[in-house]
Design a protein around this ligand. Structure first.
Ligand code: PFF
Ligand code: NA
Length: 446
């Protein structure tokens, strides 16, 4: 059976951007920006995306397009070593960890979306909880399990359809919808009273905060850059393995990084005017679940047309989350298809079955020695796996592929971008792994 490929160039870009654009952009990026110096932080963040994110993306692209297999097969075949193949299994494990917690959050959002669409926003104050009541009790338990399964089923359905008729078609609809809805919401939010104040809070150019915290924000900013660009999990290796043309990888990578940043900035232009107009202090709704599920949901409940706006907003979040979760599921699926010759459908069934269990454990949220499994997987575990995962890919590119990586980078890139191949290899193969190694150490509190 011949391996599937993307039908169009836009298909690959939208699928990869769909993977990148997700919960990381909407529930985290705006708050991190506002807290760390506004537009001054944005400049630092863009620098990190350019110096760490884009070269990292290109590392995964080069391995994927050259290897034409799942991370396991690509690393093994390109190196001729079983050990690298074994390391590839690490990405399969990372992907399962990611989707286990991500599909639970996806489930919460699906529920918020559904209830908003039914006009129930505000009708159940205990559900759309007041600040302080974290998650309003929807975080864990049988409800969370049920919605986790629903979100997972939607994810599986898209991946079931295959590369072209599932992922490509799905993200070609989802991504434009996300952009159009977000722009619409931002315009609406901009007309709310207090919008100017909100912009001043969000995007003030506060260099002193950046300066005072420069080294403090560097690590988290780098961590955020990996998560937000879907790096270190082998997603981008897998998606690039379905490219069959010599198009410019540096160009595609830049477009994906720009789209990803744009969605984060737009999300802030929606949420802050909304919160300000209702006198909610955004500082009280620190980044993360509380902001989205408590602060915003509470705000929607107070608005006259709240149900409509809430439906549009949570609709955006559902689509963004779904286009990311399908990219997570695709990693183990492509592994089973490439390595064990399973049909795609059977592979989807096997992996989904596994995530029903691993995600279920997180959804019911038991604690092991006082730490909630969900929190551990969503936080330190994933951070560590992604950082180590990307560092290993870059070492592979720099030290195993070497010249092959340069020629793969150049192929289709044109003279201008192609000229960056050697500096890229030096940076990606040497400087970045060292940098990532140090952020890994700081994760462990060294
Ligand atoms: N980039 C996604 C987000 O910002 O929400 C999360 C993600 C997707 C991380 C896929 C890793 C991955 F492989
Ligand atoms: Na993202």
């Amino acid at each position: 059976m011949t391996r599937e490929t993307w039908a169009t160039r836009a298909g690959f870009i939208l699928a990869a951007a769909g993977s990148a654009v997700g919960l990381g952009n909407i529930w985290r990026f705006p708050w991190v920006t506002a807290e760390n110096g506004g537009s001054a932080f944005l400049v630092v963040y863009l620098g990190i995306v350019l110096l760490v994110g884009v070269p990292g993306l290109l590392g995964e692209f080069v391995v994927g397009r050259r290897g034409k297999k799942s991370p396991v097969g690509a690393l093994r075949d390109l190196s001729g070593s079983r050990l690298w193949g074994l390391w590839g299994v690490f990405y399969v494990v990372t992907a399962i960890a990611l989707i286990s917690f991500y599909s639970i959050v996806g489930g919460w959002i699906l529920r918020y979306f559904g209830e908003s669409a039914l006009g129930l926003v505000g009708a159940r104050p205990a559900y759309f909880a007041a600040p302080g009541q974290y998650f309003g009790g929807v975080a864990a338990g049988l409800d969370a399990l049920a919605f986790h399964l629903l979100f997972l089923a939607l994810t599986a359905l898209v991946v079931f359809g295959g590369v072209r008729r599932g992922i490509e078609l799905g993200t070609k609809v989802m991504m434009p919808a996300v952009l159009v809805l977000l722009v619409g919401l931002a315009v609406w939010a901009g007309a709310r009273p207090g919008a100017a104040e909100a912009y001043a809070f969000y995007l003030r150019f506060d260099l002193s905060t950046v300066r005072a915290n420069f080294f403090d924000v560097l690590g988290p900013a780098a961590g955020q850059a990996l998560f937000t660009l879907s790096l270190g999990a082998g997603t981008m290796i897998t998606y690039a393995s379905y490219i069959d043309e010599d198009r410019s990888l540096p160009f595609d990578g830049t477009v994906i990084a720009v789209l990803n940043t744009l969605v984060g900035v737009l999300a802030g232009l929606v949420v802050f005017p909304l919160l300000f107009s209702l006198g909610v202090d955004p500082a009280q709704t620190a980044p993360g679940p509380g902001a989205l599920f408590v602060g915003l949901a509470g705000a929607f409940a107070q608005l006259p047309a709240g149900a409509v706006v809430a439906t549009a907003f949570f609709g955006v979040v559902v689509l963004a989350a779904l286009s990311s979760s399908i990219s997570m599921l695709e990693i183990p699926v492509s592994f089973l298809v490439d390595e064990y010759g399973l049909t795609r459908r059977r592979a989807v069934a096997v992996v989904t079955g596994a995530v029903v269990v691993t995600g279920g454990i997180c959804a019911i949220n038991p604690t092991i020695r006082g730490t909630a499994v969900f929190g551990f997987v969503a936080g330190p575990l994933v951070d560590t796996l992604l950082t180590a995962g990307l560092a290993a890919v870059l070492v592979f590119v720099g030290w195993v592929m070497g010249r092959d990586a340069v020629s793969e980078f150049r192929s289709g890139a044109g003279d201008l971008a192609g000229g960056l191949a050697t500096p890229w290899l030096l940076g990606a193969g040497v400087a970045l792994p060292v940098f990532l190694f140090f952020t890994l150490l700081t994760n462990f509190g060294v």
